[in-house]
Design a protein around this ligand. Structure first.
Ligand code: GCO
Length: 455
């Protein structure tokens, strides 16, 4: 919860940004769609995980979620009325490949085709994420991303989607947050598939990166003027003190959190110091893999939420480095994450300096608060509005200082299924009443609308 109130920021204005800047919101399939058994959709690892007692805090799942599968016209209307010119969504693989091998499921393709048409009709540039964590369970049963064959299955999925939508969707994000897929899902174990093996997690990370790299030329082959990138979850990493032990621990943590993904994507291979730190857990890398991963992309997607402070802790596996909780008195969200807009500026300038990735887009940024509907029927989420304003200011600062950022996608258009937190945590600019499926624009969403309209 917020403890230290931050001052009301002076409002950013749209004209602080380039006139062709993209303004969007982001969502993901499993978090909003529901319709888990409809039109041939098969089980995903999140269906299985959520059905396992104790994995999701409120015992819920994405089976219904925001019922976006049926209510998408209304949801896209919300985006249009907010004044967005772009919308980031993800495609549920289990709607498309519904059996072993075989042809893509026409009903699944048709759904995304209608959805994309709906975006175009509303002036929303579609940004499609191909993998936002909902792997078909049948592939997990064969080892999931730990199995190199999943790379080929992914490429078949990418091929089907880009053939289907490539005449209308130019912007493709291969993966959302490979660090989370690999480390949270396969080592920390509190996301699907819930494994807790570090070596598996690093092999998963390698296969995810490989699948990204191999998807890049495939997407280009199927989509005229394709713009292809990947979205990473990135955090400024600070040492807890100036002691050499903490500085070294922060560097080890950063090596896995930041460099492990960015170095190979930008042609440097895996960082040597991290390879040494992880020892036997290093992934199997076949000849040609690193060249494939380094396929040139058109943009980098940056998901930013909070910075991390790291302390040396010899007992803390796997890297003897512990991320500290925010100090008492720190301004935090309802997730307990530090509110640090300056971290966004710092992060973007660092990426630009380290990698020169070309155009960057903030593909996610947002905050969770314990929203309440007040007596007037409004959700006056002052803190989220302030979070948004301050991060847009930090973004403008980064751009002025030389970070080539071309767009911003707020997380999220709607409250939704927040993974292991279920429906206990809300990130939306739009409130969802899950009992009635009523949508209600929050103050933050109204502020974003006013900002986009130049009011
Ligand atoms: C992500 C997640 C989102 C989360 C958001 C808040 O990409 O990080 O995909 O799905 O809901 O980050 O935790």
């Amino acid at each position: 919860m917020t403890t230290a109130a931050s001052p009301e920021p002076s409002a950013p204005v749209r004209s602080d940004f380039a006139s062709d800047f993209l303004w969007g919101c982001a969502t993901s399939s499993y978090q909003i769609e529901g319709a888990a058994r409809e039109d041939g959709r098969v089980e995903s690892i999140w269906d299985r995980f959520a059905a396992t007692p104790g994995k999701v805090k409120d015992g819920s799942s994405g089976a219904i979620a925001c019922d976006h599968y049926h209510r998408w016209p209304q949801d896209l209307d919300i985006g249009r009325d907010m004044g967005l010119n772009a919308y980031r969504f993800s495609i549920a693989w289990p709607r498309i490949f519904t059996g072993p091998g075989g042809q893509p499921n026409q009903k699944g393709l048709d759904f995304y085709s209608r959805l994309v048409d709906g975006m175009l009709e509303r002036g929303l540039q579609p940004w499609a994420t191909l993998y936002h964590w909902d792997l078909p369970q049948s592939l997990q049963d064969q080892g999931g991303w730990n199995n190199r064959a999943t790379v080929d299955a992914y490429l078949a999925f990418v091929d089907a989607m880009t053939r289907c939508l490539g005449d209308r969707v130019q912007h493709w994000i291969t993966h959302n947050e490979p660090w989370c897929t690999a480390i949270i899902g396969n080592f920390e174990g509190w996301h699907a598939p819930g494994l807790t093996d570090f070596k598996t997690a690093l092999q998963v990370a390698h296969h995810v990166l490989l699948s990204h790299g191999k998807a890049v030329p495939l997407i280009r082959a199927n989509v005229a003027d394709a713009q292809v990138g990947i979205a990473l979850s990135l955090h400024p990493v600070h040492a807890a003190s100036a002691m050499p032990e903490d500085l070294a621990a922060a560097a080890r943590h950063d090596g896995l959190r930041y460099r492990w993904f960015l170095d190979p994507l930008y042609g440097r291979g895996y960082p040597q110091a991290t390879l040494e730190a992880i020892g036997d857990a290093a992934p199997v890398v076949l000849p040609g893999d690193l060249d494939a991963i380094a396929a040139p992309t058109d943009f980098l997607g940056v998901n930013y939420y909070f910075p991390e402070t790291v302390q040396d802790d010899p007992g803390h596996a796997p890297l003897s480095a512990r991320v500290l909780p925010p100090a008492p008195g720190t301004d935090t969200t309802f997730m307990g994450w530090e509110v640090a807009p300056q971290g966004l500026t710092e992060l973007l300038l660092r990426i630009e300096q380290d990698y020169h990735p070309g155009p960057m887009y903030i593909t996610e940024n947002g905050s969770c608060y314990a929203d309440q509907i007040n007596a007037d029927g409004e959700v006056d989420d002052v803190e989220r509005r302030r979070y948004l304003m301050r991060h847009l200011q930090a973004l403008a600062t980064a751009i002025r200082a030389g970070a080539p950022v071309k767009g911003y996608f707020a997380w999220s258009l709607l409250d939704n299924f927040e993974w292991a937190e279920g429906y206990l945590k809300r990130f939306g600019l739009t409130h969802i009443d899950y009992a009635t499926q009523q949508r209600r624009l929050k103050s933050s969403g109204k502020w974003y609308r006013g900002f986009l309209r130049g009011e």
